[in-house]
Write a protein that binds this ligand. Sequence first.
Ligand SMILES: *[C@@H]1O[C@H](CO)[C@@H](O)[C@H](O)[C@H]1NC(C)=O
Ligand SMILES: *[C@@H]1O[C@H](CO)[C@@H](O)[C@H](O)[C@H]1NC(C)=O
Ligand SMILES: *[C@@H]1O[C@H](CO)[C@@H](O)[C@H](O)[C@H]1NC(C)=O
Ligand SMILES: *[C@@H]1O[C@H](CO)[C@@H](O)[C@H](O)[C@H]1NC(C)=O
Length: 524
Amino acid sequence: MIQVSGLAFLFLLPVLIAAQLSGSVGPLTSYSAKAAVKTCDVTDYGAVADLSTDLGTALASAFAACQSGGLVVIPQGDYALSTWVTLSGGSAWALQLDGTIYRTGTDAGNMIFIEHTSDFELFSSTSSGAVQGYGYEYHVNGSLSGPRILRLYDVSDFSVHDIALVDAPSFHFSMDTCSNGEVYNMAIRGGNSGGLDGIDVWSTNMWIHDVMVTNKDECVTVKSPAKNILVESTHCNWSGGCAIGSLGSDTDIADVIYRNIYTIESNQMMMIKSNGGSGSVSNVVFENFIGHSNAYSLDVDQYWSSISTVAGDGVSLSNMTFSNWSGTCASGTQRGPIKFACADGAPCTDMTVTDFNMWTDSGSSIYYTCRSAFGDGACLKDGSASSYAVVTETITSAPSSYSAPTLPDDLTTNFGTTASIPIPTIPTSFYPGVTPISALLGNDASSKRSIPDVVSATASASATYSLITFSTSSTLSSLSTSTPIGESFGRPRQEQGGRESSGADNHERRLSKKRHAGLDSVLL
Ligand SMILES: *[C@@H]1O[C@H](CO)[C@@H](O)[C@H](O)[C@H]1NC(C)=O
Ligand SMILES: *[C@@H]1O[C@H](CO)[C@@H](O)[C@H](O)[C@H]1NC(C)=O
Ligand SMILES: *[C@@H]1O[C@H](CO)[C@@H](O)[C@H](O)[C@H]1NC(C)=O
Ligand SMILES: *[C@@H]1O[C@H](CO)[C@@H](O)[C@H](O)[C@H]1NC(C)=O
């Protein structure tokens, strides 16, 4: 087993990371040093790994005892979470999740909400800790009004790693107004629907790497405000795809790199999305992207019709480089692999497309479109003068080097929205040919779960409900923290390029109307 101490991080990071980050990331103290100060095992505070006793109150008590320096441990075993926890304050603490937490409560909000803390680490020492959200119990009813799994707000100098988040009723993992964070060696696996975001980040100085996301919404997405964000080695394994947005008024995003991003069967490889709005996104690099069978590939859409128009001339996008993209889109004649639909009121400037080698799964040509977009490469126009209407460039021969490797274990079908989703093991490869930066903490993560999703994988919904204790008391964490404009809770994404011919999509569409009603109640 490899232990990576906080000290090692401080020492190594300035060497490992790109100038992209503004300083070191991760906890300041190793979890073993924290354990030496104090260890608070939840089973000493009332938790029982019996899939029925509520973990929420025990976890809150263990946290209270260890929050000013210590290690809170959830040992291996299967726990029920019926009341949500807000772990607020403290510093120099860590949460070791070696067990599996199963959602049994039904409140909205966040199952686990960590805020106002620093020098923090959430991890599994065996790489097999997980949270099972059983979101399908909501999704089968067409509802996205259940809880998010994990939210960090105002947390600094921290890491989250070696855990799996599965089937969130709503979002999986959001980081809001955090700083100096590292997220790695994670698997997120959700239902095949919009509204089930993987990782959303609006924060400063964050390094997110070696993560896998399956869902049909945000893979790893940067929202505003954000600065110094590095996203690397990400496997969007049948997802919505990565994005920046949705962007609204006073957008403030700068210094972002996405590198080594592998995307299959998703809505897009990278989307920048807005509709009106103001402010800017600048100094962004998107390099080494591999795509297979995605609807859109490079998709800048400042007239995105899936969100309402926000007041303003448009968000100004400048100094962005898209380099070394390869692979194929699903249909290059239906949705070409380059789309710059920039705001006429705030044209894109200093865009660069270079070493772009995408081709198409079907058909024998592809097209690029540009509107009010200036820079170098593809259909971009020189200068920055004024707006212009859509121009289209058609490409009729495949780039010689479009073909790109696949990962060995790509999903061959999605998980739908109506059945329980199995908890995955954390992968050890997230981008072809690139070794993950840190080894998994657990060296045998595969065979440790006593009750994988067997309970519900085959059982009917009603059988699963026997686990639910419908608690009335609530330590519900609120949605009071800031929500970025345009954060779309569950807007179905089929409009913007789902795989329209499949039966699953039709099913999706039928569900989506019902979903909006549920969504509004989450947001407001
Ligand atoms: C889904 O609908 C069924 C039947 O109306 C209901 O019993 C169940 O509680 C609903 N599930 C959720 C999570 O609301
Ligand atoms: C453009 O962005 C790159 C990458 O972030 C950065 O290195 C460069 O300094 C930026 N150029 C300007 C003129 O700001
Ligand atoms: C381009 O991306 C491919 C696939 O990830 C990689 O093997 C290659 O080294 C990259 N080329 C450059 C110049 O970075
Ligand atoms: C992609 O997802 C599938 C299904 O969850 C999984 O078996 C596979 O390991 C994932 N791929 C990688 C490279 O992790």
